[in-house]
Design a protein around this ligand. Sequence first.
Ligand code: NAD
Ligand code: UDP
Length: 318
Amino acid sequence: MRILITGAAGFLGSHLCDRLLADGHKVIGMDNFVTGSRDNIAHLASNENFSFFKHDVSNYIYIPGKVDAVMHFASPASPNPKSPVGYFNLPIQTMKAGALGTHHTLGVAKENKAKYLLASTSEIYGDPLVHPQTEDYAGNVDPVGERAVYDEAKRFAESLTMAYHRAHDVHTHIVRIFNTYGPRMDLQDGRALPNFLKQALLGQPLTVFGDGGQSRSFCYVDDLIEGIVRLLLSEEHMPVNIGNPDEMTILQFAEAINEITGNKAGVTFMSEERSTRDPQRRQPDITRARTILGWEPACSLEDGIRNTIPYFKEKLGL
Ligand code: NAD
Ligand code: UDP
């Protein structure tokens, strides 16, 4: 297939490029580098099956030649209010990437009679009142809350994707991605794993926001990409959760990283740093992915962190 990937210079987009090229596909990457980096795709520059367009998906997209699949990953993704690349500080860009970017990429898919895959998120469940989260749970999102620019953009993107499927018969897929980590995460984007691993490798205390009692479930990037590729090749049009159901509190997560890295500096609690609307609990129910895709994560937290350490050490000059 000849596949357009938006957000190709980002953490997940660049891994997706690598995987699809390795599977023998041709990949067209697109990115405006608002939160991503050229470094993430520099190794693909000489690959004759890879081409790249620097372009903002909020603007009309023209791709010369036939496209067989479109995968829309372009969007700021970090919720950290202090991060310059977090969606708090890119509110309009975030809404435009989710709304206009989804419209334009769906247009490319419709025009080409191509498959379409939307990168959605567990954030569409908001601060969930159902636990673990099943795909039929409609969520608990404040449309004017602190995270709304991201959550509502993604919810709109899902609705528009289903509208194109129902009205135009586009072969669409929606993946609801839960917290994922691995090499090529931006060390400065303020998410839990980059902050914690950077701090641990520098021998500093890990900054646990609030009391650390809020939970997440962290998935290693290779597992996530495997699930996404299976979904792209499937006949499933309804949303599918892809994530690791191994739920832990953020304090447990921090302690695990200190243990794996041998960091003796412990944790420091920063109650004032926890944003309002920070979900209290998050865990995917992956029954649908297991049943339809035969997928479940294979990588343990310890192995995933160990695989990620060399990248962080290189970036930190250690
Ligand atoms: P990332 O910031 O590393 O990658 C996003 C990429 O999109 C960046 O390279 C950025 O420059 C690009 N981009 C943003 N707006 C753009 C625009 N208007 N035009 C062109 N390019 C644009 O983030 P990520 O973690 O790789 O996330 C990728 C996708 O996966 C996002 O859609 C995000 O919502 C979704 N997601 C990620 C996670 C996770 O845990 N990493 C969880 C849920 C959903
Ligand atoms: N968090 C933390 N310390 C940090 C960064 C994040 O305790 O240095 C917490 C954050 O408050 C949230 C959880 O870790 O409860 C996961 O945050 P992240 O930004 O990775 O993503 P989210 O799941 O909130 O989208």
